[in-house]
Write a protein that binds this ligand. Structure first.
Ligand code: CA
Length: 206
């Protein structure tokens, strides 16, 4: 009976840890590690730039903030637009086909110019969603941008997935981004296999 209870406990722990998701799969999700040091200002990065560890800029690139605007985590964040709309940043990472990946991030704005609504598109594995931050409605200031936390998820269709954050609107004053975290949750079939393995183990020991 003790072994049955022990097996049940082990299976519960495995299932519980799987449900809680993997550790953060993103490298440098807070943009703190870089060869650049913008100090109290910002650094302008064009497209294809890899100066921010783990990330590659896309489109027109991004502005890399130092303490110019208060970050949501650490001291660095991004203006997802550089000199025009359509800038952005991406990172590829290993994924398991069929698993669900939860993406959390903090969004605000470069509040030094319009339009009021900054739109940022988040995409991976063929799924995408637009997120909006209205810096006037939010009362953003450089000292207190009023960062908002968001959550989005996608199902992996390949053994590698590329997560992209792209500015849809905002002129040179785009959406601000910080604190990206991605965790993976096994597909329901994988969870069933864990449960079944536990059940079989329990029955064998009776
Ligand atoms: Ca940061």
């Amino acid at each position: 009976m003790l072994s049955v209870r022990l097996n049940t406990l082990i299976v519960s722990c495995i299932a519980g840890s799987a449900l809680a998701g993997t550790p953060n799969l993103i490298i440098n999700g807070s943009f703190e590690e870089s060869s650049l040091n913008p100090g109290g200002s910002w650094s302008v990065l064009g497209g294809g730039d890899t100066s921010i560890n783990g990330w590659t800029t896309v489109g027109g690139g991004v502005d890399y903030f130092g303490t110019f605007i208060t970050a949501s985590d650490g001291i660095h964040s991004l203006d997802i637009n550089n000199t025009t709309s359509g800038g952005g940043i991406s990172q590829s990472f290993v994924t398991q086909i069929g698993w669900t990946y939860t993406v959390t991030f903090d969004m605000a704005a470069n509040m030094f110019g319009g339009p009021a609504e900054k739109i940022m598109n988040v995409s991976a594995a063929g799924s995408a969603e637009d997120f909006v931050f209205d810096y006037i409605a939010a009362g953003s200031t450089a000292q207190n941008p009023n960062w908002e936390s968001h959550e989005w998820s996608f199902v992996a269709t390949s053994t590698t997935s590329t997560l992209r954050f792209v500015g849809v609107s905002g002129s040179v004053y785009g959406a601000a981004l910080d604190n990206v975290v991605v965790t993976g949750i096994p597909a329901p079939s994988a969870m069933g296999a864990i449960g079944l393995a536990g059940l079989m183990s329990t029955r064998r020991r009776r």
